[in-house]
Design a binder for this molecule. Structure first.
Ligand code: RAM
Length: 378
């Protein structure tokens, strides 16, 4: 009996050592001195993939890290969790927020304790964060999504040269039908990153190429990055039958809309920001497929794992004093996977006066020609 207990203790100790050698999962032990990655909520593959990259960098440099995300996509749940983490002596916080109001007190407290705070994906207010990391220009993402939705409505395949604007302009010049209506299935009403993309979409719609041809008012619905809620909203689009294309700037909304549109055999089409592995049932699978037979002929995203990796480099470098996050300061990003050593420039944030950011690259398109490659990766 005693032998059994000793063995059990030994196994438990070995297990905990193994866990602490790299990242620690929720509840697996102390978070003292850990770099914390907090996504909007648990159960979102996008957040899980980002943490994968985050953990890789932290392991490479021998730093302790942990993912701590709330169950619900609310600011209140994030604030509550941050308060507990501050008391436990964490080293840094990297967060994708559910909204940018409500963090003043808790972030001030974190700063007082010397905890470095950055945001990634969905931004904290400029004054609350030391750095911010985005995958690609928010303007470019918003513009591309409008152009893609219009092209999809007009039956234009993904252009070989990738020039969506040219393709949309040409297709619209020859279009004399009813004004095209676009719907948005977003995350939370207050989520910064989605709201910035939507704002960029609204600016794009002011371009004269859309005048009289595309309704400048977007029909917006919010699914809170919750699959059942997003499904309800997608069903509402089908029942109302007012929009031609749904744009979903969230991977959760994409999945929900994909399933609803497919199951209902609705003529409404879909594009947005989706994970290839989650969208394969709603997208073409190979170059010989007719993409317009699928709910979502093409969509966009970026290397989510690399986004998390870059965020880890930012926060680790801030802690070590090797990066400053001021306009013009350079971030050295060590080689990772297919990427060799990179130097990224800090720029001012066009969406947050006084704030700076690191923009990792450009969005990727996922379409019939490359889906089979990407579903294995993301
Ligand atoms: C979701 C999240 C995230 C967004 C991606 C595209 O999973 O809402 O904020 O950037 O999708």
């Amino acid at each position: 009996m005693k032998k059994g207990l000793a063995l059990l203790l030994c196994v438990m100790m070995c297990l905990s050592t193994a866990v602490f050698a790299g990242g620690v999962k929720d509840g697996a032990g102390s978070v003292k001195d850990a770099h914390v990655f907090m996504f909007k909520s648990t159960g979102n593959t996008f957040g899980t993939l980002m943490y994968q990259g985050f953990e890789t960098h932290m392991k490479n440099v021998g730093e302790k890290c942990v993912e701590k995300s709330p169950a619900d996509t609310t600011v209140a749940a994030q604030v509550q969790m941050i308060k507990e983490l501050i008391n436990q002596g964490i080293k840094s916080l990297t967060i994708s927020v559910n909204g940018d109001e409500g963090f003043d007190e808790v972030i001030a407290l974190a700063k007082q304790k010397g905890i470095k705070v950055i945001s990634v994906d969905s931004a904290l207010k400029a004054a609350q964060r030391e750095g911010h990391v985005i995958p690609a220009s928010q303007q470019e993402v918003g513009q591309t999504l409008i152009q893609a939705a219009v092209c999809i409505k007009l039956g234009v395949p993904y252009p070989k040269d990738g020039n969506m604007k040219k393709a949309a302009a040409q297709a619209l010049a020859n279009y004399n039908g009813k004004p095209i209506n676009l719907g948005i299935l977003s995350a939370g009403v207050t989520t910064t990153v989605q709201n910035n993309w939507i704002a960029a979409m609204e600016v794009e719609l002011k371009d004269p190429i859309y005048k009289g041809k595309v309704n400048p008012v977007l029909d917006k619905k919010y699914g809170d990055d919750d699959l059942p809620k997003s499904t309800t909203q997608a069903n509402a689009f089908v029942a109302e039958n007012k929009v031609d294309v749904i744009i979903s700037p969230t991977t959760v909304g994409m999945m929900a809309a994909g399933e609803v549109l497919k199951a209902s055999k609705s003529p409404i089409k879909l594009t947005g920001l989706g994970l290839p592995s989650e969208m394969k049932a709603y997208m073409p699978a190979s170059a010989s497929d007719d993409e317009f037979a699928s709910v979502c002929p093409y969509m966009f995203l970026w290397d989510v794992i690399d986004l998390g990796y870059t965020a880890a480099v930012v926060v680790d470098s801030l802690c070590k004093g090797t990066y400053k996050a001021s306009v013009g300061s350079e971030l050295k990003v060590p080689a990772y996977g297919e990427y060799s050593d990179r130097v990224m420039k800090t720029i001012s944030d066009p969406d947050a006066p006084g704030g700076t950011l690191i923009s990792v690259g450009a969005p990727y398109s996922f379409q019939k020609a490359n889906m089979s490659v990407w579903i294995k990766r993301l």
